[in-house]
Design a protein around this ligand. Structure first.
Ligand code: SF4
Length: 438
């Protein structure tokens, strides 16, 4: 028999499900990347919602998304909408709901939610719920457990970033093709189980996630691999959806690996820290530095930092040479001479700052992944020639994506050759973890 507390919890969860129109429905999330969404969905399941990532995108995604968009929308919008329509067709309109993050800001992302709702209504799917999660309402749409969810979701983001790092630093060197992907998927499953546990304290959840991550670390360490320091390290920056959604970028990272490179992908945690810092900066500018909002933000950031240290703790040796900045302000300050963060906003600032950061760490080239027509890629492309000159002519290139692609292998192959040339004459020394045998 459930305890009184559990009974009350069940009541609250049932009410939140009812109020959001989710009874009998599964809540789907866009892939960004698959592993990150898998763990974020696990975090949402921890508070009682039946949440999962959408299945892998395919040609129908583009066809359905294309049918309902005019071309003015950005490419991620087409994929997100196409996947939702595909899921509705496959699973049935009565069994599906969609979770779409939202935000205010200068880019088209803030319009996604409204566009999706409008298009669904036009198609007669007015009954399919589209739930938004936004910090603007304190995440009120997800009910009484919003703050619990925010903390669990942050741990899911950290775990995703750690597993992604392990995957990308190991896969190019694996002896048995496919072994790293298998280790990654098994690790995702185990970490997901720890993230999704219901009715556990934050401390118990942290311990369970940490234990699953340590098992993942040991699994990756044990994979037979031939590490080779001559393989160029390519930093990957750019628009957050497109750089993480492997369907939208034709799995560019895998292409880089096949062409002889290794990738260091800018992580999701960076974006979370950036939004936190933006909030701090704006409150300070408004003279509210010592007000309640900034105090709450500060306390939250201290807790976030504590979780980050706890989860990254066991990976010190593994991530030698791949260390993330201690504070996102490091990246913002690096970007300042090119794109001052007080004027320019969003990924363009992070992409230029992170390119410099990765250069300092000994990267051999930078790839910026951008949806075609996205202002982030357009602005950074204008800045990169000067940036490259200032960074000893390190190769930097924007790859645009819109669902059609020329010869990606050829273009990446040429880029890797440029990176190899730079690698031979670069001034920055790259540090390697012990697995490279140095
Ligand atoms: S960053 Fe660019 S591609 Fe992404 S949502 Fe904004 S406008 Fe669209």
């Amino acid at each position: 028999m459930p305890s009184k507390a559990e009974h009350v919890s069940d009541e609250k969860i049932a009410r939140a499900i009812r109020e959001n129109g989710l009874e009998g429905r599964r809540l789907y999330l866009p892939q960004m990347p698959y592993g990150g969404t898998y763990l974020l969905a696990a975090a949402i399941r921890s508070i009682g919602f039946d949440a999962w990532p959408v299945s892998d995108s395919d040609a129908r995604t583009l066809e359905l998304g294309g049918r309902m968009t005019s071309g003015d929308e950005c490419y991620p919008q087409k994929i997100v909408l196409g996947d939702l329509l595909r899921i509705i067709e496959d699973e049935g309109r009565d069994r599906v709901a969609y979770l779409m993050p939202s935000a205010n800001g200068p880019c088209r992302f803030g319009q996604y939610l409204h566009l999706i709702r409008t298009k669904l209504d036009e198609l007669g799917y007015g009954d399919v719920p589209v739930i938004s999660i936004t910090s603007n309402d304190g995440y009120a749409s997800i009910g009484d457990y919003s703050m619990d969810l925010v903390r669990t979701a942050w741990r899911a983001v950290l775990a995703q970033d750690i597993l992604m790092k392990l995957l990308l630093k190991t896969r190019p060197y694996e002896r048995e093709k496919g072994s790293t992907d298998r280790a990654y998927l098994q690790s995702l499953e185990e970490v997901g189980e720890a993230v999704s546990r219901q009715r556990v304290s934050h401390k118990e959840r942290l311990e369970a996630i940490l234990a699953a991550l340590v098992r993942a670390r040991d699994r990756f360490r044990a994979l037979p691999a031939d590490y080779d320091a001559s393989r160029p390290l390519i930093g990957v920056v750019g628009e957050i959806f497109c750089r993480h959604n492997t369907f939208s970028n034709f799995d560019l990272i895998r292409v880089v690996e096949e062409q002889g490179g290794e990738c260091w992908l800018s992580d999701i945690g960076e974006w979370v820290w950036y939004t936190d810092d933006e909030q701090r900066r704006r409150l300070t500018e408004q003279g509210r530095r010592f007000g309640k909002d900034n105090t709450v933000r500060y306390i939250k950031s201290v807790i976030m930092r504590r979780d980050e240290h706890a989860l990254y703790g066991p990976f010190g040796e593994d991530f030698v040479g791949y260390e993330e900045p201690h504070d996102v302000r490091e990246v913002l300050e690096l970007s300042k001479p090119y794109l001052p963060y007080t004027g320019a906003l969003g990924e363009m600032v992070l992409s230029s700052g992170k390119s410099i950061y990765m250069y300092e760490k000994g990267a051999d080239g930078i790839i910026d992944i951008s949806p075609f027509t996205c202002m982030n890629g357009i602005v950074t492309e204008a800045v990169y020639p000067k940036l490259s000159r200032d960074l000893d002519d390190m190769p930097i290139r924007v790859f645009y994506f819109d669902g059609t692609q020329g010869d990606l292998e050829r273009d990446v192959g040429i880029f890797i050759e440029l990176a190899r040339t730079y690698q031979r004459r670069k001034k920055k020394v790259r540090r390697y973890p012990a697995c490279f045998g140095g």
